[in-house]
Design a protein around this ligand. Sequence first.
Ligand code: SF4
Length: 680
Amino acid sequence: MSQVEKPARYIGGELGAQAPVHGDGSAAWLLIYPDTYEIGLPNQGLQILYEILNERDDAVAERAYAPWVDMEAAMRAAGLPLFSLENHLSARDFDVLAFNLSAELVYTNVLNLIDLAGVPVRAAERTGHDPLVVAGGHCAFNPEPLADFVDCFVLGDGEEAVGEMNAVIAAWKVACGPVAGDPTEAPPDRTALLRSLAQLDGVYVPSCYEARYHGGVEPATHAVLPRLAGTSPRFPGIPDRVEKRTIADLGEWPYPRQQLVPLIEVVHDRLNVELFRGCTRGCRFCQAGMITRPVRERPAEQVRTMVMDGLARTGYDEVALTSLSSADYSGIEDTVTSIIEDPSCSGQVSVSLPSLRVDAFTVATAAQIQRVRRTGLTFAPEGGTWRMRQVINKLIREEDLYAAVDAAFSQGWKRVKLYFLIGLPTETDEDTLGIVALAKQCVAIGKRYHKGVTVTASVGGFVPKVQTPFQWFGQNTIEELTRKVHLLRDAARPVRGLTVRWHDPKATAAEGVVSRGDRRMGAVIEQVWRRGGTFQEWTEYFDLSLWTEALADHGMSLEDTVYRHRTEDEALPWDHLSAGLHRDFLWQDWLDALAQHGLPDCRWTPCYDCGACTGFGIEHVVASAVPPAGGSQGTGQDLSTGGQVPVRFLTTVPSGAVSAPGPGEDAVACVVAPVGEGSS
Ligand code: SF4
């Protein structure tokens, strides 16, 4: 351990870590985040399942993260397998290896970790002696690229599904007796276990389904290619379509109760409390918003309790109230105010609101006005022109952005970061250059208040995601994205105070390979991994040539898999899986996008039957009957113009607690997740 970087990544022992005691009647889960400890530890999904499983009598759960390259080399040299952080057990000793899939470029790490565990990488080669390999997370909505390697996927919320799966696995383990783990005995048949799991709602077992192909034409070479005809069950009793799981009431799941506090610095190193799940703003590029509908808000009182208990237990002096659009939480102003004014916080705690919209800046201001000390103030207009923002249904007016930026600079902030996407459907050069125009105006606003203001425009290449209206769109080529980056760079060069940063278009293309791939993509991922392509979401290890060579070796190309527009009647690899959204709703929304029609937020306006609630008999759950400040689409905004949106400061903070950033201070507590941006 003394020879590797950051040994604390591998030792466990954090505040909040559990000490699971394994027993014959329990199913043992190893929850694995396929990236480094620093990226994986804060993952709330993993921490929630960790607690839920360890609370059960018939389950134990431990954790593992991807060892960094130096540690992996040392482990392989010493013949050490992947091991758990809690009891330092070999991964092979667990009944389940459960992966969190939150980004596509980690797929090669998944294969690497299965291999490092000493488990056959291909599911078909595993026996009853091997752990079950399970995966969940947002990427599970197109699981087909990993169908050859993962035994089963969980779609949607895992809180209930994990318990149901555990009951099946624990019963199978008891029924098989010690033979399941005794390599000297003939292995038990896993088929019955997999078929039982496939009966559970929200659980998809790829080996129970067959992908059928017919001929298609490769765009570049005109060669005839296999093209998906459909995916259907191989056995009677297996559902034709797997629907996602949705917990109806977030208030019943106040997890994590004991958030882990790492021993070394990690990303999002703060207390995190989830405000709500789901988003109905309807940004068309945003997979997270589409697949997590409907909105389910946590009761405000529970939020306050989780915050106060969490702060007291962890010692953190910062809490993030998390969701996909935190300022949309109804009653957000009261919630934030009650936290920062609580006597136990005594002006020492900052509240941050990740994923902040500019048209709800009032609340963010209240949050930041406390002792802010972190990254720059960040907004995500996503599109450079109003036309572009109508296409993507992110209906933020320029005036909204300028008012928010003005408010920030006037209060002492000197650095603002803006997130944008390029390569969006129907994008013209005018839209692309609109990014610089917006950012330039923000610099000008800042200069009214300070000399040394900086505005950074961070630009990601758009990757169409499954279960969104843009799932049919052919992604921009590497060359086209590069051209647009150069347009931006050249236009920004003369603007003092403006910096443009961009995501590598090559990595955007590789992400596109996996995002909408079918089962044939498994061979590509495996080849990239076998040729050393791990940590592909890390710039220093990403290598596009590994991906293009693997595609070519398996008769595929970027043109066919990434750049090609899909047609309405084309069978899609995820058609047999449902995030609740009707396919005809998504297609109509795609047509609306092309026609530049916005769609209101259905939380406060009538339902337009996307399927997320109507199909499951559930509804939005809101904590307050009052819409949030700043105006939601459909509440404060006129969709044809963007409408008037108030921007004002709250005056609820005691004057002594106000602390604008001083010189050199890295101020600000709110960060916008660049949804849809690449993952490096
Ligand atoms: S079913 Fe209706 S109310 Fe529910 S998310 Fe869809 S449009 Fe909104």
